[in-house]
Write a protein of this length. Structure first.
Length: 120
């Protein structure tokens, strides 16, 4: 369940990061309100995930999803520059996030547990 929480939080991070741009420094009321709400909800899911996942892994996945997704949204919808290098590094970032998730599962199997200590 921790992975679902961190993924939801990361997806919401894409929304609030994009909202920061659209709010123009919190000078546009509706995008500012939506951004603030998304920040709170995003951090709720992220903080909940940290009860079930190692903090380093949860934070890396959370920010990785947000960073990659926000870059993709910027290039797709906000007329930001697109380059082969940007796309290559986004792919590299996503492989890193996937690798962290896989290594966390592997570490749990080695420890013989399916939960992070103290996650009852």
């Amino acid at each position: 369940m921790g992975w679902i929480y961190v993924i939801i939080g990361g997806l919401l991070e894409i929304g609030w990061a994009t909202g920061l741009s659209l709010s123009k420094g919190f000078t546009e009321p509706l995008p500012s309100i939506i951004t603030a709400v998304l920040i709170v909800i995003s951090f709720y899911f992220f903080s909940t995930s940290m009860r079930l996942l190692p903090i380093g892994t949860a934070y890396a996945v959370f920010t990785g999803i947000g960073a990659a997704g926000t870059a993709i949204v910027g290039m797709t919808f906000l007329q930001e520059d697109v380059s082969v290098m940007k796309i290559a590094f986004i792919i590299l970032l996503l492989f890193g996030v996937i690798g962290l998730k896989m290594s966390d599962k592997e570490n749990k199997e080695e420890r013989g547990t399916t939960e992070w200590p103290g996650s009852h």
